[in-house]
Design a protein around this ligand. Structure first.
Ligand code: TEU
Length: 556
């Protein structure tokens, strides 16, 4: 694998709407981000990924773009964007934006023109089909947000259009070379402006298996998971390779793919040298126990499942390319609430999870608030309290499956994307220091106990632990080994114990006791020195009695 400029960096995902509000409208904005660049720099962040801030009706919180070339006024202006790029550059930081090109907004000019003239050139930018009331739909795929993927084309009783997400997110027809060229032109326009690259949204959906056909019905709604079609779609590489050649590769851009179901033999094409993307997220953990029936049917993650997922995922790409490691993002529950049993949540266990994931081979991504141990909401009183469009459907799905209102709310309350989208908890003051206005989304009531101000000067806080993690990754003595070292693991058959080594010019070992009870182990090597401990361990020999949720990083 060729070494790349971004390999030794640390990345951070900002969900702009909830990061920092500078103008008291209750919504985070670019000026708020600019004001926090020094905070991120001091934390040790190099690459900042912004979830979408383009013009959007916000039906899917900005993942429904109505103008790819402008900033939505709620987030600020293009001048603010230029300032952010300039200020980041001054700090040797790199801004990455979200590239959402499987679909656009139904308020985008292209879709408006398609509605005016469905058989015209812009009609070909989308999947529009003739349809009469009572006809069978072209396919029975289920939208990611529930319901059929087909809706009436506005203004036409005899036409329908495809949307695999929200109905306000019409799918772009990537089979159309004219559409693809418009996308590439837009990508290059942003890269010319100085963007360091993109996070590539939902990109595996751009290649549909055509002609449209039904798949086995898998729920009472008479529809079929879109995953069934995606498993059979062939040829996405033609699009991804063309896009990479026409754009990313020309600028040595950093790109991280949101890819869910790439096949093993495709890995070199996806993230190998000269691949479609620089890297892709490791979603092995987020996929644990996912059920085709919906969120209500997803069992809690166990330590052994987490262990199997990370070890397998990282062995799978060894020698091929880099993964980008996360414990959470804007679509997932808060990692500490999802991967640690509620009764075991503590500063120690949160540090264990964070360190275990952060030190894996690849590029670590910290999601806003992860560095202070932000958690899920404790509960929701009603589905009306939840904003996320994906959650409404999951709630109804749970009820349709016979779940009680309380159980449906509990399940959706755990997985709702609101958990990760509640405003950053800066301090214990009004609105957690996020806004002087009315926050667009409820602030987690635990902000009095979990906030940055309360942790910045506490050497034992989660925030301080993340600064130590980042400092270790950047320590010139160990960084080559941490970033390029050979990844191996031990004690594969010992329950709830994760031990992996990284071997380069140094030899390092990460040890995690992923349970509340003490665990005694005998390492097959001596420990030279302790590099990091979440329980302030000062002495360590090859025989260890690990405390509950103890994480130990040592040189061996
Ligand atoms: O998500 C793609 C996606 O398919 C999964 O994240 C998941 O199915 C979805 O979040 C519903 O639970 C990306 C973005 O990360 C997500 O925020 C957008 O809603 C989606 O694409 C559409 O752009």
């Amino acid at each position: 694998m060729k070494k790349q400029w971004w390999n030794k960096k640390v990345a951070y995902q900002i969900y702009p709407k909830s990061f920092m509000d500078s103008d008291a409208d209750g919504v985070g904005d670019l000026k708020g981000i600019i004001g926090k660049l020094d905070y991120l720099k001091e934390l040790g962040i190099d690459i900042v990924w912004l979830s979408p801030i383009y013009c959007s009706p916000l039906a899917d919180q900005g993942y429904d773009i109505s103008d790819y070339y402008n900033i939505d006024p709620v987030f600020g202006t293009m001048e603010d964007m230029d300032t952010l790029l300039a200020e980041a550059k001054k700090r040797d930081m790199h801004i990455v934006m979200d590239l959402v090109v499987n679909h656009c907004s139904d308020e985008h000019e292209w879709f408006k023109k398609a509605c005016e003239e469905p058989d015209g050139p812009y009609g070909e930018f989308f999947y529009i089909r003739d349809y009469r009331e009572g006809d069978k739909l072209p396919c029975n795929w289920r939208s990611y947000f529930g319901g059929p993927v087909w809706d009436k084309l506005p203004g036409h009783d005899d036409k329908i259009y495809l949307h695999v997400f929200h109905k306000k997110q019409p799918d772009l027809n990537w089979e159309n070379p004219k559409l693809r060229q418009e996308i590439y032109k837009m990508i290059n326009w942003w890269l010319e402006k100085g963007l360091a690259g993109f996070r590539i949204d939902a990109i595996i959906n751009i290649k549909k298996k055509l002609p449209f056909a039904d798949y086995p019905v898998d729920r009472e709604d008479g529809l079929s998971s879109i995953d069934n079609m995606l498993a059979e779609a062939k040829g996405i590489g033609d699009f991804l390779g063309e896009m990479a050649r026409e754009t990313f590769h020309k600028y040595d851009a950093f790109t991280v793919g949101e890819v869910f179901n790439e096949k093993d033999d495709e890995l070199p094409l996806f993230i190998g040298d000269g691949g479609y993307f620089s890297t892709m997220f490791d979603f092995a953990e987020t996929g644990i126990n996912k059920s085709p029936n919906g969120w209500y049917d997803q069992a809690p993650v166990t330590a052994n499942q987490y262990k199997e997922a990370i070890l397998k995922a990282h062995k799978r790409v060894e020698g091929i390319g880099f993964l980008s490691n996360i414990i959470e993002n804007h679509d997932e529950p808060r990692g500490v609430s999802h991967y640690i049993p509620k009764e075991d949540l503590s500063i120690t266990s949160k540090k264990m999870l964070g360190g275990l994931n952060f030190l894996l081979p690849g590029l670590p991504f910290i999601y806003q608030g992860q560095e202070i141990g932000m958690e899920n909401f404790a509960s929701f009183d009603s589905i009306e309290d939840i904003d996320d469009c994906a959650s409404k459907d999951e709630y109804q799905t749970a009820l349709n499956a016979g779940q009680s209102v309380a159980d449906a709310l509990k399940a959706v309350g755990h997985f709702t994307r609101d958990n990760a989208r509640s405003p950053f908890q800066w301090d214990d003051g009004v609105n957690a220091g996020f806004t002087e206005g009315t926050p667009w989304l409820r602030i987690n009531p635990n902000y009095k106990d979990i906030n940055l101000a309360g942790q910045e000067n506490d050497a034992h806080s989660i925030f301080s632990f993340y600064t130590e993690l980042i400092a270790l990754r950047k320590n010139p003595i160990y960084s080559d080994t941490l970033v390029y070292g050979k990844f191996d693991y031990l004690f594969e058959d010992v329950d709830n114990l994760i031990v992996y080594t990284l071997t380069g010019d140094k030899q390092l070992c990460v040890i995690a006791n992923y349970q509340s009870s003490t665990l005694n182990i005998k390492l097959p090597f001596e420990i030279k020195n302790i590099l990091l401990s979440n329980v302030d361990r000062s002495l360590a020999g090859s025989s260890l009695s690990l405390a509950g949720y103890e994480l130990l990083v040592v040189e061996i």
